[in-house]
Design a protein around this ligand. Structure first.
Ligand code: NAD
Length: 484
């Protein structure tokens, strides 16, 4: 098999296998073909990975930030040099078009390694002068062993978005990719070692939810960073709380995108396409509730349908293809189930709505109009190529409806009225907001959710605070005054 790795796990600087673990079949979503066979981690593998990370941590933290940063930046360079091969692998692992993976996966992972590699040398505490000559200084310390748990939509990116800030701060990591897309994190581990990361600093073990759960509950683990759904987030957060561990939770969403009738329609349609159909709709921050002001509703729908006719659907390795399959048969069936609910609950199907008759797990880009706030497709995260278009008339009305959800990951507004744009984003209950664009997530900017969509932030300088903690040192320059 062309994409079969040397072994399932990467621990202590090398590939490791334990065939006693449950089977994991890796399927190319465009054909249904098995492209690799791996094994879920056994307790012995979990033990080996955690021991390795624990043993490596003190020496890694004792390096200077410059030295750690140099390794991360070298890894970033290697990732960029191998972008073609890594993108081919990512397309086979996820089914996402090569046209996307070549610009959004290994490159985004490399951005994170480069950014946090650059920051590593500047991570410091501070000096706080007090009265009478006393002072406090703070020492920024690593947390220890961090666990990263990934979703299947951006496997390389997630492995790096968690690994890069963790390692920059002097932590070590055990990363468990999603069982659906286990291949590319192994490449991240290989590249880090090649770039000079000592053994045990970044380990990858495979497994289903039970392996993730056993990592989260282990007393050696100081921090857990999860990218996944809200139900998984609830379980992982609760288990982490039991051990008083630090957490970052990057969870699901049902984000609103508001299009006012003064918006540039072409840009709004482009934003709606990016926010609903990129990666076949399997993006956490997607703006799947598109509120369109009544005056431009039909013009918006007409232009959207015309533009969707130009989506090139097919073999994701074909560089002209812009819309690929869903990640798995299961995710396809979930999506088709929601499409049936949309029809049954009275939404008007204006585009797509069917499985595509070919090998693999393809669902047409699908648009429903006349969607109302209480329909299932407007309330639940689908994680597939299904857009709901809802009508609105006034700003006050749409603001309240946009926020009327348990989620708070992202939100966007399209308008040419400058003050209204800023008023709207000030009112959004969401972690990441967009004005006249959608779904961009540069490493320089914080990314994360409010409400049920998560806790903490990834990327930017803020991520450093989620992977380190401050030790306070009070220094007295005076005699100690005691009451007796
Ligand atoms: P999921 O919640 O099913 O699984 C996520 C990961 O958690 C997997 O690796 C899984 O094996 C593991 N897991 C499952 N149960 C566990 C447990 N009890 N303890 C520890 N780990 C456990 O999510 P998914 O289907 O892989 O991904 C889709 C979801 O991820 C969507 O809800 C999407 O919105 C979300 N997501 C969020 C972001 C973000 O940054 N906010 C990014 C991508 C995806």
């Amino acid at each position: 098999m062309k994409f079969q790795p040397r072994a399932s796990h990467f621990i202590d600087g090398e590939y490791v296998e334990d065939t006693n673990g449950a089977a994991i079949e890796v399927i190319y979503p465009a054909t249904g073909e098995v492209i690799a066979r791996l094994h879920s981690a056994t307790p012995a593998i979990v033990e080996k990975a955690l021991n390795s990370a624990k043993n490596a941590q003190a020496a890694w933290a004792a390096l200077s930030g410059t030295e750690r940063g140099r390794i991360l930046r070298r890894a970033s360079d290697i990732m960029r040099e191998r972008n073609y091969d890594l993108s081919v692998l990512e397309t086979h692992d996820t089914g996402k078009p090569f046209q996307e993976t070549t610009v959004a996966d290994a490159t985004s992972g490399a951005d994170a390694l480069e950014y946090f590699g650059g920051l590593a040398a500047s991570l410091t505490g501070e000096h706080i002068p007090l009265g009478g000559g006393d002072f406090v200084y703070t020492i920024r310390e690593a947390l220890g062993v961090c666990v990263g748990i990934g979703a299947w939509n951006y496997p390389t990116q997630i492995a790096c978005w968690k690994g890069a800030p963790a390692l920059a701060c002097g932590n070590t990591m055990v990363f468990k990719p999603s069982e659906t897309t286990p291949l590319s994190a192994l490449k991240v581990a290989e590249i880090l070692v090649e770039a000079g990361a000592p053994k045990g600093v970044y380990n990858v073990i495979q497994g289903y939810g039970d392996v993730g759960a056993s990592l989260v509950s282990d007393p050696r683990v100081a921090k857990v960073s999860l990218t996944g759904s809200v139900p998984t987030g609830r379980k992982v957060y609760a288990a982490a709380a039991d051990g008083m561990k630090h957490v970052t939770m990057e969870l699901g969403g049902k984000s609103p995108m508001i299009v006012f009738d003064d918006a540039d329609i072409e840009n709004a349609v482009s934003g709606a396409i990016l926010g609903n159909f990129y990666s076949s709709g399997q993006v956490c921050s997607n703006g799947t509730r598109v509120f369109v002001q009544k005056g431009i509703k039909e013009a918006f729908l007409k232009r959207l349908s015309e533009r969707l006719d130009h989506a090139k659907i097919g073999d994701p390795m074909d560089e002209d293809v812009s819309f690929g399959p869903m990640v798995s048969e299961n995710q396809m069936n979930i999506t088709l189930g929601y499409i049936e609910k949309g029809k049954a609950e009275g939404a008007r199907l204006v585009y797509g709505g069917e499985r595509i008759e070919r090998d693999g797990y393809f669902v047409q880009p699908t648009v429903f109009a006349d969607v109302t706030d209480n329909m299932t497709i407007a309330r639940e995260e689908i994680f597939g190529p299904v857009m709901s278009v809802l009508d609105f008339e006034t700003e006050e009305e749409v603001m309240a409806r946009a926020n009327d959800t348990e989620f708070g990951l992202a939100a966007g507004v399209f308008t040419n009225d400058l003050t209204r744009a800023h008023r709207i984003v000030a009112g959004f209950e969401a972690g990441t907001c967009y004005i006249n664009t959608y779904n961009l997530a540069p490493v320089e900017a914080p990314f994360g959710g409010s409400k049920m969509s998560g806790v903490g932030r990834e990327n930017s300088k803020l991520a450093i605070n989620h992977f380190s903690e401050m030790k306070t040192v009070y220094v007295s320059m005076n005699d100690v005054e005691a009451p007796y």
